[in-house]
Design a protein around this ligand. Structure first.
Ligand SMILES: [Zn+2]
Length: 372
């Protein structure tokens, strides 16, 4: 943004902003370019950019693949590699594969980027304090000191968070939730539903970091046993695998569901989708009662359900809500798709730097994982 805009938003005076921008430039974190065009009024103001060469390595291990990326300051995805797996990885396999993929990127990592750390997005409960994976049911990981072990293997400071939580952070910084301080985010993965909640502009963390497991809220029509041990969790009822099972033809990818839902005449599929929308709406109505959000954002296949049945969704949410709470809530589809957890994971790794830019010594280069 322009230096004038920085001044406006920070409410600092112009010379202070000028000095701070110079300091960030000296630290290698930002740079300026000449004004793009004559400003409407006042003097033209130079444009301040984050230095996207300052990067984080991000890793998202999941049941079907490990996705690895290099993401620069400002949400620039430099590189993204998806490595498909034929079975779910153990923590050690995930680390070994990550090390191998990072070694493969060594020339560009060494020459192009200044890697400050690694951020991990995990489909499960991640302890805030140290990145311990307390429980990731679908990966079958329990009490794994995953962030610690990854830090040692990569030779980088490493931070971990829940995948849906970091996806919400991405949406909040770069997607549909920009500027929204009170937000409920629900994302439908191939297996399970993840959640995140923003309260007064800050992500809800909870005592240990396990807050906003919104897929494990109970719905009244639920009857199946969930992997968490309870009966009737939202994610057993509103479920991509059950939706896919209702499709008569070839199975579809998570991100190809929209077109199919919007064009199908298959009564079985429509019936199942409508059943899931109704149950999802009940959960949303409950979450609206708890959090009084400005918006409810739906990602993954939940976004497809919203895109295909917006009127039914709205009607069912309103019908099941305490009216004054729901009347102004926007229900929308998330904006970012597959690169989503990557952006948020990078933010985890950038946190110390953003908190104290002058207190972190920027590495000159990253020579890759130690040892051989
Ligand atoms: Zn459950």
């Amino acid at each position: 943004m322009s230096r004038a805009e920085v001044t406006r938003r920070t409410q600092l005076n112009r010379s202070t902003v000028g000095a701070l921008v110079s300091e960030l430039e000296d630290l290698g974190l930002a740079y300026e370019t000449p004004p793009e065009e004559q400003a409407q009024r006042g003097r033209p103001s130079p444009i301040v950019h984050p230095n996207s060469a300052v990067s984080a390595i991000v890793v998202n291990p999941d049941v079907e693949a490990i996705t690895l990326g290099v993401v620069g300051l400002g949400g620039v995805v430099h590189t993204r590699v998806r490595h498909d797996l034929d079975r779910k990885p153990s923590p050690n396999e995930a680390i070994d594969l990550t090390v191998q993929l990072v070694r493969g990127m060594k020339p560009e990592l060494e020459s192009k980027y200044r890697v400050v750390g690694a951020g991990l997005a995990i489909p499960g409960l991640v302890r805030h304090r140290d990145g311990l994976v307390r429980r990731a049911s679908y990966l079958d990981w329990t009490n794994e000191p995953f962030a610690e072990n990854m830090a040692e293997a990569l030779g980088l400071p490493t931070y971990a968070g829940n995948d849906a939580n970091v996806a919400m952070i991405s949406e909040s910084l770069y997607g549909a939730a920009r500027g929204i301080s009170n937000l409920v985010y629900l994302s439908g993965f191939v297996v399970g539903i993840g959640g995140g909640v923003m309260v007064g502009g800050a992500p809800l963390v909870g005592e240990q970091g396990y807050a906003a497991e919104l897929g494990h809220t109970v719905v009244s029509k639920g009857s199946l046993r969930c992997h968490c041990g309870r009966v009737g969790c939202l994610e057993t009822e509103v479920n991509f695998v059950r939706l896919r099972a209702a499709i008569a033809g070839d199975p579809v990818d998570l991100y190809d569901l929209d077109a199919l839902l919007m064009n199908t005449t298959d009564r079985g599929l429509i019936g199942e989708a409508e059943r899931q929308v109704t149950i999802l709406a009940e959960a949303i109505a409950n979450l609206i009662s708890v959090f009084n959000p400005e918006a409810v954002l739906l990602g993954g296949f939940l976004g497809s359900l919203e895109a295909a049945f917006p009127d039914l969704m709205r009607h069912k949410v309103d019908e099941q809500s305490f009216a004054p709470l729901a009347e102004n809530v926007r229900i929308e589809r998330a904006a970012l798709r597959s690169s989503l957890p990557l952006l948020g994971s990078a933010e985890l790794a950038f946190t110390p730097l953003l908190r104290d830019p002058a207190g972190v010594t920027l590495p000159v280069s990253y020579a890759g994982p130690p040892g051989r």
